[in-house]
Design a protein around this ligand. Structure first.
Ligand SMILES: Nc1nc2c(ncn2[C@@H]2O[C@H](COP(=O)(O)OP(=O)(O)OP(=O)(O)O)[C@@H](O)[C@H]2O)c(=O)[nH]1
Ligand SMILES: [Mg+2]
Length: 366
């Protein structure tokens, strides 16, 4: 469900819904329908108008939908009001992204970060009807003092868990910091950028690490560090990182801060852009905004236009082969442009002296 506003024209909303559908598919859902409504302003109670809510309720029933997803953020109250009429689950983009992160989290750190983000998101949304949490935790009997409602007990439990998770994360961060100190003498090159841009595929090119690269959003959640060659005897540590997306829920950004820190520690940040994507320009802007937000020195950021093998293909938005661009052009898939990129990195590192010509041994954790 997308809302068309004077500030948000129809074609933008259509494109946003395309991305929302991709997110839904990445979590394993089938998308059976979509709907738009034009309004002068959002409705405070239900975001969309009353007639539209009823229309969605009927469609959801006919299509046997399990969930209705809104591209715009919903307040906890709006969700409640919508679910009164629409007899299935109602979530928003942030909720969907969180759900996707939960599914993709593999390592302890990623799981901890995701659970923290999820609980922070749920805390204000806990309602009387929201009882499965207490059941999960063994429920009945966890109720505290005299007169404490189940709802209050749930909230208390969530707050306690949030505190626990924060403590765990700070422990994990300390370990990470120790590892970081161990590799201070080796230049670090981080791949960052919009989800599905090809960061992991490029990372594999440079490190032969064989990490998972998939045509789905947020395939990578954990930063991965691996030694790779820059040609000759020069080595660097490459970092593969979690992707960005428009409207990344702020809880998620906050809890992934330590993961994203790998990027701020890098000597060079390769901002990977899928130049064949029809919305590459906006994706590039989102990337630059997030990088600046997390405190990356933008002079260390080098844009890399990826998927050049697709440029000029029908439906893609790549430049003509002759089009001059400042950014480096590569294809992580075919290997085109990789040698040039490698040479460029070497030059940059030699020029800036980052990591220096020191030939100290690598102390990398596996
Ligand atoms: N045609 C083509 N496909 C590519 C290229 N680079 C990556 N891909 C494909 O794009 C998809 C996403 O690649 P990934 O490397 O997983 O992208 P990512 O940036 O790591 O994505 P997330 O970890 O999900 O944020 C995969 O299906 C890749 O095979 C390229 O140069 N050309
Ligand atoms: Mg990846």
């Amino acid at each position: 469900m997308g809302l068309v506003l004077p500030s948000q024209p129809g074609y933008v909303v259509e494109e946003n819904l395309d991305e929302l559908a991709e997110l839904a598919r990445s979590t394993g859902m089938d998308v059976v329908g979509r709907s738009l409504q034009g309004r002068r302003a959002p409705d405070a109670r239900t975001l969309i108008g009353r007639g539209k809510v009823e229309e969605i309720a009927r469609a959801a029933d006919e299509l046997r939908a399990d969930v209705v997803i809104f591209d715009d953020d919903l307040t906890p109250n709006q969700v409640r009001n919508l679910e009164e009429t629409i007899k299935c689950a109602v979530i928003d983009r942030s909720g969907l992204i969180l759900d996707l992160f939960v599914r993709q989290a593999r390592t302890r750190e990623a799981r901890t970060q995701v659970e923290l983000a999820q609980l922070e998101y749920q805390l204000p949304r806990l309602t009387r009807r929201w009882t499965h949490l207490s059941r999960q935790a063994g429920g009945i009997g966890v109720r505290g003092g005299e007169g404490e409602t189940q709802l209050e007990a749930d909230r208390r439990m969530v707050r306690t868990r949030i505190k626990q998770l924060k403590k765990e994360l700070s422990k994990i961060e300390q370990t990470r910091e120790l590892h970081r100190r161990g590799r201070r003498d080796v230049p670090i090159i981080a791949f960052a950028g919009y989800t599905n841009a090809g960061k992991s595929t490029l990372f594999n090119r440079f490190t032969h690490a064989g990490v998972r690269a998939e045509n789905r959003l947020f395939a990578t959640l954990d930063p991965r560090l691996r030694k790779g060659s820059l040609g000759g005897t020069r080595t660097a540590v490459f970092a593969d990182t979690v992707g960005f997306i428009r409207k990344l829920p702020h809880h998620l950004v906050a809890s992934f801060r330590s993961t994203l820190e790998e990027i701020t520690q890098a000597d060079i940040v390769l901002h990977v852009i899928d130049r064949s994507h029809p919305r590459w320009r906006e994706q590039m802007e989102v990337g630059e905004t997030v990088l600046a937000d997390i405190g990356v020195d933008m002079s260390l950021v080098l844009p890399v236009f990826n998927k050049m093998d697709l440029w000029g293909a029908p439906g893609s938005d790549g430049p003509e082969p002759s089009g001059a661009n400042d950014a480096l052009a590569v294809s992580a898939r075919t290997g085109a442009g990789i040698e040039e990129l490698r040479a460029h990195l070497l030059e940059q590192l030699n020029g800036s002296g980052a990591g220096g010509n020191r030939s100290s041994p690598l102390s990398l954790t596996p």
